[in-house]
Design a protein around this ligand. Structure first.
Ligand code: GLC
Ligand code: MN
Ligand code: MN
Length: 391
C-alpha cells in the first residue's frame, strides 16, 4: 500500500460521511459454498480499527452485536453501554441501525409470515432496534426485506404479505415517534433496501422502484418517515442503470442512505469494494449525487476478500474519496460545461414542425454526447492533465 501511494490521511477520510458496517469488518469469509476463513471479531475491535483508518461512522444489525436471546433484556442494555463507550473512546458515532430479519430460523417464512406470533415478534424486533438507535444516537434505520418472498409459489397471497410487512414498518415508525419524544430527539429516517434475489427465490419488493411504489401505496401510516437505502450492486443485479435508479429516488425525495460497493450485472451479490469493477459508472453516479446535493451517508457495504483484509477498508475509502473529488472536477470542467450548454441550446429553430429538418439540425450536435463521455474517461484516467501513452 505504501508503494501504491495516493492515500488520504485519517483526518481527511473523516471529513466524508462514510460509514463502516460492523458486519463488513467482521465478515468471516463464509458464503453458501464457502466455509468461514476468519475468526469472529467484536465491535470494540471493529470500532478501534475504523478509528485508525479514519472511518468516522459505524452501523450494525441488532444481532451483529447482541445475541438473539439477549434482545430486549438487561444484557442488551449492558452491551449498548459498552458500544457507547467504545464509540466515545474512538471518536466515532453510530449513524445507522438495522434489524436482522433474514438469518435466524424464526424468519424462515419472512418477518411477515402467516403465523401471527412471528409478526408480533418482528414488530418487537424493529421497535427494539429503533430504541437501540436512539440510545446510540443514530439518524437512520435500514430494512432489508430479503426474506420477504418465497421459494415455492402460490401458497401466500402477496397483497396480504405486503400488508403485514407494512404493519411491521408502521410499528417501527410509531415506536420511533414515542421514543423520539421521550428522548427529545428527532425521529429516525427509515430506509428500505431492495435486492432482486437472495435469499428468497422470489422477492416481493425486489427493486428500489418497487419500494417507492410500496411507500406510496397507502399501506404506511407514516410514509413521510420512510425512504430508501439503495445499494449500488443490488440495482446492477437486476440489470438496472444504477444512475437512473438513483435519479428516480432523487426525484421522489427518497434518496436518504446509500450502500456503496461494486459487482457485475445479472450476477449474485458479490459485494466487491467500491470502484473495482465499474469505476467510470461510479464516477458518473457521484456526479449525479453531488449535483443534486445528496448529503446522506455512504455506507461501505462490501465484503473484504476471504483471504485478506488489511488493505481492504483503507483502499475502498480512498477510491471513494478520489471518485467523489473527481466528480467535483467533472462538474466544473469547462469542456463538459460548454458541450452541455451547446446541447441545451439545440440545433437552432428551424421554424416548423418538420421532423426531418429538426433531426438534421441536431444530428451533428449529438456527437457531443460522445465527446462528453470521452472527456469523462480522460478525467478518470488523468489524460486531461496531459498524460499520454504514445511512444
Ligand atoms: C445484510 C445485507 C446488506 C444490507 C444489510 C442491512 O447484511 O447483505 O446488503 O445492507 O443486511 O440490513
Ligand atoms: Mn446493503
Ligand atoms: Mn449486497
Amino acid at each position: 500500500m505504501a508503494a501504491c501511494g495516493g492515500a488520504y490521511s485519517p483526518q481527511t477520510r473523516r471529513k466524508y460521511f462514510i460509514s463502516g458496517p460492523q458486519w463488513a469488518a467482521a465478515y468471516q469469509g463464509q458464503a453458501l459454498f464457502h466455509a468461514p476463513t476468519r475468526k469472529p471479531i467484536g465491535f470494540e475491535r471493529v470500532i478501534e480499527e475504523y478509528a485508525k483508518i479514519g472511518i468516522g461512522h459505524w452501523a450494525a444489525h441488532d444481532t451483529d452485536v447482541i445475541p438473539t436471546e439477549a434482545l430486549g433484556t438487561e444484557e442488551q442494555s449492558a452491551i449498548v453501554s459498552r458500544i457507547q463507550s467504545a464509540l466515545q473512546k474512538n471518536g466515532l458515532d453510530c449513524s445507522m441501525v438495522t434489524t436482522e430479519t433474514f438469518y435466524h430460523a424464526v424468519w424462515a417464512a419472512s418477518p411477515a409470515a402467516e403465523a401471527p406470533e412471528v409478526r408480533d415478534y418482528a414488530a418487537f424486533r424493529v421497535e427494539n432496534t429503533v430504541r437501540i438507535g436512539h440510545e446510540l444516537g443514530a439518524q437512520f434505520a435500514v430494512y432489508w426485506p430479503g426474506s420477504l418472498g418465497y421459494y415455492v409459489q402460490g401458497a401466500i397471497d402477496e397483497t396480504e404479505t405486503l400488508r403485514w410487512y407494512a404493519g411491521a414498518l408502521n410499528a417501527a415508525c410509531e415506536a420511533d415517534i414515542r421514543i423520539a419524544k421521550e428522548k427529545n430527539r428527532p425521529t429516525l429516517k427509515h430506509c428500505l433496501e431492495a435486492k432482486p434475489f437472495e435469499p428468497q427465490a422470489e422477492i416481493l419488493l425486489p427493486t428500489s422502484d418497487a419500494m417507492l411504489g410500496f411507500i406510496g401505496s397507502g399501506l404506511l401510516t407514516h410514509p413521510e418517515m420512510v425512504g430508501l437505502n439503495p445499494e449500488y450492486l443490488h440495482e446492477l443485479m437486476w440489470g438496472a442503470a444504477p444512475r437512473a435508479a438513483l435519479a428516480r429516488a432523487l426525484l421522489a425525495d427518497k434518496l436518504w442512505h446509500f450502500d456503496i460497493n461494486d459487482g457485475y450485472r445479472l450476477k449474485h451479490d458479490v459485494d466487491i469494494a467500491v470502484g473495482l469493477v465499474n469505476p467510470l459508472d461510479w464516477l458518473n453516479v457521484l456526479v449525479l449525487l453531488r449535483s443534486h446535493g445528496y448529503n446522506g451517508p455512504f455506507n461501505l457495504d462490501y465484503k473484504p476478500p476471504r483471504t485478506t483484509s488489511a488493505v481492504s477498508f483503507p483502499t475502498a475509502v480512498d477510491r471513494f474519496i478520489t471518485l467523489w473529488e473527481m466528480a467535483g472536477e467533472v462538474m466544473s470542467d469547462g469542456i463538459i460545461k460548454e458541450a452541455t450548454d451547446a446541447l441545451k441550446a439545440g440545433g437552432g429553430a428551424v421554424g416548423s414542425k418538420d421532423a426531418g429538418a429538426i433531426a438534421a439540425a441536431n444530428r451533428e450536435l449529438l456527437t457531443l454526447h460522445e465527446l462528453i463521455a470521452h472527456r469523462l474517461v480522460q478525467i478518470l484516467l488523468g489524460l486531461h492533465r496531459g498524460r499520454t501513452y504514445s511512444v
